[in-house]
Design a protein around this ligand. Structure first.
Ligand code: NI
Length: 133
């Protein structure tokens, strides 16, 4: 994707699709995608072995369950919060009441990671969708 020549409205992008857990690539920074996604219900347990994953919650509330040192904990991100899941950490985002997210990850990163539990039908296992021109 070429660098954008015009600003892009995140709310307009979010209004342009309904699919949950199906990230759209809104721009790039060096070799990173900036993606937005709608979240509702549960994603899937997965791990990115080689990259951290940055979350900014723009609407609603996101929860991220984490498996660390043999224990499980959950972080809660209200709108306006940021959190980075460290590489190598199994995690499962969820949004019981819905949320909109902005994610930063290297281009080509699968949204279900390098290893994952069986992917349910409502979760998109791609590396992000490009927007129509
Ligand atoms: Ni992830």
């Amino acid at each position: 994707m070429k660098p954008d020549s015009q600003p892009r409205s995140l709310s307009a992008v979010l209004d342009s699709f309904d699919a949950r857990w199906s990230p759209r690539i809104v721009t790039r920074v060096n070799d990173y995608d900036v993606r937005v996604a709608k979240a509702e219900g549960e994603h899937v347990w997965h791990v990115h072995e080689d990259t951290d994953e940055f979350f900014l919650v723009t609407e609603g509330e996101l929860r991220i369950a984490l498996r660390e040192d043999g224990a499980e904990r959950e972080v809660v991100l209200p709108a306006g919060s940021v959190f980075t899941v460290p590489r190598g950490t199994w995690h499962r985002p969820s949004a019981p009441t819905g949320a909109s997210l902005l994610l930063l990850e290297p281009t080509g990163t699968s949204s279900v990671g390098d290893a994952h539990d069986p992917v349910p039908e409502h979760v998109d296992a791609t590396t992000g969708h490009h927007l129509e021109a």
